[in-house]
Design a protein around this ligand. Structure first.
Ligand code: FAD
Ligand code: UDP
Length: 374
């Protein structure tokens, strides 16, 4: 008899397994249909001995001290500030768009104050920012929107930016300084020995039993458990009773080259050429030294593993219907797929930690004598 059956061994499932086992002494069965823990953050060494991310490049960044301190229990870190170049008009220029981007692209030598004016002169007046197109047009105007965002977004989502929520392109800000980092979060670091090692340490507890290669449907009637925590796709849990929630998928093409370095920075985006969106060279992310180098190309697809919820109003409506159903179960739904949110790793950790606090409050209600009445 398990206290919790946790479906999915990614960040959502693993954080909850760890908290419930080590703080509450609960007995956990953590299952995953894949043959490894770590969910989409899983990393492993390829045949050449280079550490790669099987489900695309994962860079950890957060502003949450709580999340960073929590994960620091299970790993040491290597400082890493991710930098991305976009291949536009035959040049490789920094993205997010910053002072250097504009100067390189237009052969100018503007100051921060001047670039502010340059962008303001091109920015469109949009009073109500609703879509991903609005966000960019309001910040930089149509020409830069078309160079950097329109094609990339169409490739990534098979949608025009005008069909996506503002939150999607709002992930990529515009800067008038020369800061060429992709993220500006307080904490930016990679687990020193990789994500999988961090997950192994997190789940190394006598109360946590891990069952891999197992879809929960296969065992649900064989296992005795008190409560379930589900971190897979929410529509799958309810047998798609309202229809499929759209997710965007990717095909990864890995390549190892017999040379030490391939490109100038961790990731290069290709907004306007090729069928892939970006190429990432893993050694920048991991800091590994090796005579060869491994890359991953990301080809967006409609079918395949569900990687990205697609933020747009009709999908939010459909998700809401599934969310209503979750209230009628006694399971907890946590994570990017189960709550249909375009969350980064740190946001999923934060969501799992707050779910843990909620569970604690529900299972250890304050006894009457300790209650403070105002
Ligand atoms: P997942 O990691 O998806 O885990 C869910 C698990 O449930 C999976 O392992 C799955 O196999 C399992 N499962 C599903 N259905 C079943 C079933 N029926 N039975 C058993 N098991 C099941 N975030 C960042 O912070 N930085 C980045 O740089 C970054 N890059 C990314 C790049 C790509 C290409 C993608 C796709 C995502 C990226 N993310 C990044 C987001 C990050 O991957 C997620 O936020 C995080 O991994 C989500 O964790 P999760 O536990 O919610 O889901
Ligand atoms: N985006 C873009 N051009 C870029 C980078 C990003 O148009 O060079 C848009 C695109 O719609 C993308 C979104 O911004 O899906 C979010 O980018 P991010 O790099 O955060 O995507 P992720 O790493 O989650 O795939």
């Amino acid at each position: 008899m398990f206290d919790y059956l946790i479906v999915g061994a990614g960040f959502a499932g693993s954080v909850l397994a760890e908290r419930l086992a080590s703080i509450e002494g609960k007995k956990i069965l953590l299952i995953d249909k894949r043959n490894h823990i770590g969910g989409n953050a899983y990393d492993c060494y390829n045949n050449e001995g280079i550490l790669i991310h099987k489900y695309g490049p994962h860079i950890f960044h957060t502003n949450s001290k709580e999340v960073f301190q929590y994960l620091s229990k299970f790993t040491e870190w290597r400082n890493y500030q991710h930098k991305v170049l976009a291949c536009v008009d035959g040049l490789q220029v920094p993205i997010p768009i910053n002072l250097n981007t504009i100067n390189s692209l237009y052969g100018l030598n503007l100051s921060s104050a001047e670039v502010e004016g340059f962008l303001a002169a091109r920015a469109e007046e949009i009073t109500q920012v609703k879509t991903s197109e609005d966000v960019v047009l309001k910040a930089v105007g149509r020409e830069l929107y078309e160079k950097f965002f329109k094609g990339y977004t169409k490739k990534q989502w098979d949608l025009d930016p005008a069909e996506l929520d503002a939150s999607v392109t709002a992930r990529v800000p515009t800067r008038i300084n020369k800061d060429d980092r992709y993220f500006t979060d307080t904490y930016q670091a990679m687990p020193l020995h990789g994500f999988t090692k961090m997950f192994e340490k997190m789940l190394d507890h006598p109360n946590i039993k891990i069952l891999l290669n197992t879809d929960y449907h296969e065992i649900i009637n064989e296992i005795q458990y008190a409560k379930m925590i589900f971190t897979g796709p929410v529509d799958e849990y309810f047998d798609y009773c309202y229809g499929k929630l759209p997710y965007r998928s990717l095909q990864f093409k890995f390549e190892t080259l017999d040379q030490e370095q391939f490109q100038q920075t961790g990731t290069i985006n290709y907004p306007n050429d090729y069928a892939f969106t970006r190429i990432t060279e893993f050694k920048y992310l991991t800091g590994q030294k090796h005579t060869k180098t491994s890359l991953v190309y990301e080809f967006p697809k409609a079918e395949g593993d569900p990687y990205y919820p697609i933020p747009r109003p009709e999908n939010a409506e459909l998700y809401k219907k599934y969310q209503e159903l979750t209230h009628q179960t006694n399971a907890y739904f946590v994570g990017r797929l189960a709550t249909y949110k375009y969350y980064n790793m740190d946001q999923v950790v934060a969501q799992a930690l707050s779910t843990f606090k909620k569970i604690q409050a529900e299972t250890n209600p304050i006894s009457d004598e300790n209650k403070i009445t105002v």
